[in-house]
Design a protein around this ligand. Structure first.
Ligand code: F6R
Length: 250
C-alpha cells in the first residue's frame, strides 16, 4: 500500500484529485468507482476546477457509486445521487447515462443489487475505486462483522454509522436504517483503489486498517490484501501511523 501524507485537507484533496485526473487521462473511457461523504468533497471541487480549466475531460468516463440509502428518492438532498449531481456530475462533461448510482427506491432492492453487479461486470470492471473510511473502519456501508464475500447487497446500518450520519438530517429518526452497498468482494475487484482520509478522529481507524490484523472487525483492513492501493491522508489522519513508525511514501 502506498501512503501519502498531505499537510491538510486541501492538500489531500489536490493530491487525490491528481491521481483521479491521471487515471482519467490514461484511460478516458475508463470506469471510476466513486464515493460520497464529507472527505471527497474537496477532491471533487478540484476536479471540477481542473475540468473548467480544460485540464481533464470526462466525456468518455463511466462511473459507479459505492452506495445509496434505501428509501430516499434521487431528488432527496441527502441521497447519494443528489450529492453526486451537486458536487461533481452537474459541473463536468460526463454523460448522464454513464453515471450509475443504486436506486434507493427500487421496488425489489435485492434485484437492484444483483443488476448493479451485472452492470459492473458489463462495464468491464472498475479501473479506480475511490473510498472514504468510517470511524469504525467501514468502507462503503460494509460494517464491522459483515461478510467479506458479498457483492452488492442490502445492509442494516450500525448505530455508530447512524449517529455519524445524523449531522446531515434534522432528526435522528430521519436517518435511513438501511442502504444498498457494494460489498467487500465488489470493492476488492477494482483494479486500483484510492482511499482518502482526513482528521485526527480517523487516526485510529487508519492505523488499524493499515497496520492492524486483517479482520472483519475492521472492514478496511481487507485492503492490505489488494495489490494496488493508494491511501492519501492529511497529517492528522496519519498521526497514529507515524507515531508507530509505519513507513510513508516520499
Ligand atoms: C460513502 C461511503 C462511506 C464513507 C465513510 C466516510 O459513499 O461509502 O463509507 O466513505 O462513511 O465518510 P466521511 O468522508 O463523511 O467521513
Amino acid at each position: 500500500m502506498r501512503i501519502y501524507e498531505c499537510a491538510g485537507y486541501d492538500a489531500m484533496s489536490r493530491q487525490a484529485a491528481s491521481l483521479i485526473a491521471a487515471q482519467v487521462l490514461l484511460k478516458p473511457e475508463g470506469v471510476l468507482g466513486l464515493a460520497t461523504g464529507s472527505t471527497p468533497i474537496g477532491l471533487y471541487r478540484q476536479l471540477v476546477a481542473w475540468h473548467r480549466q480544460g485540464v481533464v475531460r470526462f466525456a468518455g468516463i463511466r462511473t459507479v457509486n459505492l452506495d445509496e440509502y434505501l428509501g430516499l428518492p434521487p431528488t432527496h438532498q441527502q441521497s447519494y445521487r443528489y450529492f453526486m449531481q451537486q458536487h461533481l456530475f452537474d459541473h463536468i462533461d460526463i454523460k448522464a447515462e454513464n453515471t450509475h448510482v443504486l436506486n434507493g427506491l427500487a421496488p425489489d432492492p435485492q434485484a437492484e443489487c444483483a443488476a448493479f453487479d451485472r452492470l459492473i461486470r458489463d462495464l468491464g470492471g472498475v479501473d479506480l475505486q475511490l473510498l472514504g473510511m468510517g470511524h469504525n473502519g467501514h468502507i462503503a456501508f460494509n460494517e464491522p462483522g459483515d461478510n467479506f464475500g458479498l457483492g452488492t447487497h442490502v445492509v442494516t446500518l450500525s448505530e455508530r454509522t447512524i449517529d455519524a450520519n445524523q449531522r446531515f438530517f434534522d432528526r435522528r429518526e430521519q436517518v435511513p436504517r438501511h442502504a444498498l452497498s457494494m460489498g467487500i468482494k465488489s470493492i476488492m475487484g477494482a483494479r486500483r483503489i484510492l482511499v482518502v482520509v482526513s482528521g485526527a478522529d480517523k487516526a485510529e481507524a487508519v492505523y488499524q486498517a493499515v497496520a492492524g490484523r486483517v479482520t472483519d472487525q475492521v472492514p478496511a483492513s481487507i485492503l492490505q490484501l489488494h495489490p494496488d492501493v493508494t491511501l492519501v491522508g492529511d497529517t492528522a489522519a496519519l498521526s497514529k501511523l507515524k507515531k508507530e513508525g509505519v513507513p510513508l511514501c516520499g
